[in-house]
Ligand binder design. Structure first.
Ligand code: IPD
Ligand code: CA
Ligand code: CA
Length: 257
């Protein structure tokens, strides 16, 4: 597993270098499900590169990736989950606050994952048997504080309509942030700068965070209380288990009213 993990680390760094080297060129921006759901030439090229490097080295492995139709189930065999650029709108509009995400599972068990904040050069990696690090520095586990002392991140649409009570949770916290990238939001939880992140996500958006958060005391859970299905878009939140009850009291109370 060690060599697979090392391979994954050098692969995401390489992909990040590729993005930095080509982001000044024509990005060939297209829309997908809506006018604000963007994809660029680099999302596709980076995904193709990651998939072909993984499969040429590990031909038996399977892939679940955002662009196109590779949708292996994480429950069976050796599966890589890929989001080639998370925060594509930030990438297009700001050239920062976007990340590459990779997560690796064997028979449904997360083995390791990576979130690479390309513009900052920050790589969050580890999980499974590996310590969770930011670059080469191990990250400390969650440390409890009063809810009022923490910032939280949410999806802007949910905040506007107070869906699931997220605005109520935000009012009980120090403040609310909207980063436009699941990866960047999760990275800020892992590094202790945010308490929780509440949003709707696809499997490739939360797979890496679900693996990276575990040994630091966090879990990605659905808002409804059902299991994460790793197949469909679900309302989810990443939270520290130590404060789960307090955080979810806001979420579930609102849903019942
Ligand atoms: C999106 C971003 C965004 C989140 C969306 C995701 P993409 O990923 O993470 O913050 O709100 O749900 O789809 O499309 O930039 O990879
Ligand atoms: Ca993406
Ligand atoms: Ca994404």
């Amino acid at each position: 597993m060690e060599s697979k993990f090392e391979f994954a680390k050098s692969l995401v760094k390489q992909a990040g270098q590729y993005i930095l080297g080509h982001m000044g060129e024509d990005l060939q921006i297209e829309t997908k499900s809506s006018p604000t759901d963007l994809v660029t030439r680099l999302d596709k090229e980076v995904q193709d590169h990651l998939v072909s490097e993984i499969l040429s080295r590990y031909p038996e492995d399977k892939i679940c990736a955002e662009e196109g139709c590779l949708r292996a189930s994480v429950k069976e065999g050796a599966v890589w989950v890929i989001d080639p650029i998370d925060g594509t709108n930030n990438f297009v509009a700001q050239q920062e606050d976007f990340a590459i995400m990779l997560a690796y599972f064997e028979s449904g068990e997360g083995q390791f994952a990576l979130i690479y904040d390309v513009a900052k050069g920050d790589c969050y990696h580890g999980g499974g048997a590996f310590p969770v690090c930011l670059n080469e520095r191990p990250l400390p586990a969650f440390k409890r504080k009063p809810l009022r002392d923490f910032l939280i991140a949410v999806n802007a649409g949910m905040l506007e309509k107070n869906e699931w009570g997220v605005a109520d949770l935000g009012r009980a916290a120090l403040g609310v942030r909207v980063y436009g990238s699941a990866a960047i939001s999760f990275a800020r939880i892992l590094s202790g700068r945010l308490l929780t992140y509440v949003t709707y996500l696809q499997p490739w958006d939360y797979a890496a965070a679900s693996i990276l958060g575990e040994s630091l005391g966090y879990e990605v859970v659905t808002l409804s209380g059902q299991a994460l299905d790793f197949k469909t878009r679900q309302a989810v939140m990443m939270l520290p288990l130590e404060m789960q009850e307090e955080i979810q009291s806001y979420i579930y109370e609102r849903k019942r009213t």
